[in-house]
Ligand binder design. Structure first.
Ligand code: PEP
Ligand code: MN
Length: 317
């Protein structure tokens, strides 16, 4: 294993390696270690000051992105594009909200039941073209297969890989070959390690613009749709420097919980949020129960910024 370590931390690393009786060679900022057990590797990987390279595969296991060079990442919009009129109305309202980073543009909807609304699919592309006349903000399309990826490439600015496709390795690799930012959602039954390995597929394929998204995991608790794993946020921040955002909408399934979960996520160190909102939540074609209105979204963004200012000294609003 090769570890890249900046000057400030080298004495500490040398001390740690000596303490563990680990033999190493140093070459400028690089430490080359031959015999090392998995536990020690994990301890090293968890240190944000280090970049660990797997010797056999020469790709970075830990990215060195400085997360707080940018303000909070706030992505919002309806669960799905329903028709030109509804989407146009939503986009016009969204662009008036200060602090938005990108707009949801769900065209290919992975639904549990085959009889539920599946999204407008290719028909949604013209609607996105119209929406782009309103704003320069990036539009986020979920891709569910390589075919849908090919169809979205000319319209989407950001690609989303949903919970059900987190381990669709062919799709991860195909997205990794594009140069678009990728929002990768955690599989509802995936461990953090499996989540980060899925991200690694995209990074290894050459695309470094990965944004991780915690969206709730399946537990025995059934008062919410999923259980938001708040501890995943600080854990992931210790292991990787990739930005991590939280989706409180799919995690809770209930609009009255979206604000609390959003603020908890920012307080736990999340870099942003992905929220479902709708001008008429009760009449949304999909996931209306968890959709909030635009005023609530505005309040959540304002409160989130205040929390981010408290917890990140270098936060630039
Ligand atoms: C979505 O964001 O529209 C979605 C389907 O989310 P998830 O993959 O987290 O269920
Ligand atoms: Mn949804």
């Amino acid at each position: 294993m090769i570890i890249k370590c900046n000057n400030d931390y080298q004495n500490q690393l040398i001390h740690f390696l000596n303490e563990q009786n680990i033999i190493f060679k140093q070459c400028e900022n690089y430490f080359i270690i031959d015999n090392i057990d998995d536990l020690t590797i994990n301890i090293l990987k968890a240190n944000r000051q280090l970049i660990c390279f797997d010797e056999t595969k020469n790709y970075p296991l830990v990215q060195s992105v400085n997360k707080h060079d940018f303000p909070l990442l706030i992505f919002a919009g309806p669960c799905s594009i329903e028709c030109d009129e509804n989407y146009h109305e939503a986009v016009k309202k969204l662009v008036q909200i200060d602090g938005l980073t990108g707009i949801r543009a769900g065209a290919f909807k992975p639904r549990t039941s085959p009889y539920s609304f599946q999204g407008l699919q290719t028909q949604a592309m013209n609607i996105i073209i119209n929406a782009k006349k309103v704003t320069n903000l990036p539009f986020i399309c979920e891709v569910t297969s390589i075919e849908s990826l090919n169809q979205c490439l000319n319209y989407a600015d950001i690609l989303q890989i949903g919970t059900r496709n987190m381990q669709n390795f062919a799709l991860l690799e195909a997205c990794g070959k594009t140069n678009k930012p990728i929002i990768l959602k955690r599989g509802m039954g995936a461990t953090i390690d499996e989540f980060l390995s899925a991200a690694e597929y995209i990074l290894k394929a050459g695309n470094q613009k990965v944004i991780l998204c915690e969206r709730g995991i399946r537990t025995f608790e059934n008062s919410t749709r999923f259980t938001l794993d708040i501890s995943a946020i600080p854990i992931i921040k210790q292991i990787t420097n990739l930005p991590i955002i939280v989706d409180p909408s799919h995690a809770s399934g209930k609009r009255e919980l979206v604000e609390s979960l959003s603020l908890a996520a920012i307080a736990a160190g999340a870099d942003g949020l992905l929220i479902e909102c709708h001008q008429n939540p009760d009449f949304a074609y999909s996931d209306g129960r968890q959709a909030i209105d635009f005023n609530t979204l505005k309040n959540i963004i304002n409160k989130s910024r205040k929390i981010a200012e408290i917890i990140h000294e270098d936060f630039k609003n």
